[in-house]
Design a protein around this ligand. Structure first.
Ligand code: G3P
Length: 216
């Protein structure tokens, strides 16, 4: 499973990339707003740090506006994937952008039928928001399973990005279900490293090594 980092914070992206585990980055308007920097500057910088796909979202709600914005945002770097919301106008825009070879990430997906429509118009990525579904008492991971199944049934090339991840269990479930990608907030990525037995183990090995006076 590919790992994307779900943030617009360049320091966190740099740190995560230095671990060698990051295949791409996703942002959204809320994450970019948090950084209090120009959108273009942030996107260009992230694209330089990370060679993988970097999702940057349009804000227009009309297909024509989305297409114009997508052309602009995708001109900033070759690895930009333009995030487009899962609405009628968004699907219309993705259909045009796919033909132009512009990478798209269909976002705010909450049902398998929505994911089917996005694949039909050639979206590069589909982003089911699992945490937000869990928040309202639904089973977000069940949706991911349905999408993975449908895409397999018909050999759709659209890749599934499990988004709106809240904790490491979401990541594990995404991997078990066979999602292509999981986009992970930096704090959750950090949690994935941790296990008390690892810490105790490292401490014990070092103590034994030092007690025996060994050298490397
Ligand atoms: O990048 C989109 C997505 O991951 C949003 O997550 O936590 O705002 O539901 P969240």
């Amino acid at each position: 499973m590919k790992i994307f980092v779900d943030t617009a914070n360049v320091d966190d992206i740099r740190t995560a990339c230095s671990w060698g585990i990051v295949d791409g980055v996703t942002t959204n308007p809320s994450l970019v707003a948090r950084e209090q920097r120009s959108f273009e500057e942030v996107v260009r910088e992230i694209c330089e740090i990370c060679p993988g796909p970097v999702s940057a979202e349009v804000v227009s709600l009309e297909a024509e506006g989305m297409i114009q914005e997508a052309r602009k945002v995708s001109s900033w770097a070759p690895n930009v994937a333009v995030k487009i919301p899962m609405i009628r106008e968004g699907i219309k825009a993705i259909s045009v952008l796919s033909q132009e070879g512009i990478k798209t990430n269909c976002t705010l997906c909450f049902s398998a039928n929505q994911a089917l429509l996005a694949a039909k118009v050639g979206a590069t990525f589909i982003s089911p928001f699992i945490g937000r579904l869990d928040d309202i008492g639904h089973d977000g991971m069940q949706l991911v399973g349905e999408i993975v199944q449908i895409y397999e049934n018909y050999d759709f090339a659209t890749e599934v990005i499990v988004a709106s991840v809240r904790h490491p269990q979401h990541v594990l479930d995404a991997a078990l279900i066979g999602a292509d990608i999981c986009t992970i907030p930096f704090a959750v990525l950090e949690e994935m490293f941790n296990h008390t037995l690892t810490d105790v183990g490292v401490e014990r090995f070092l103590a034994d090594w030092e007690k025996a006076g060994l050298k490397l």
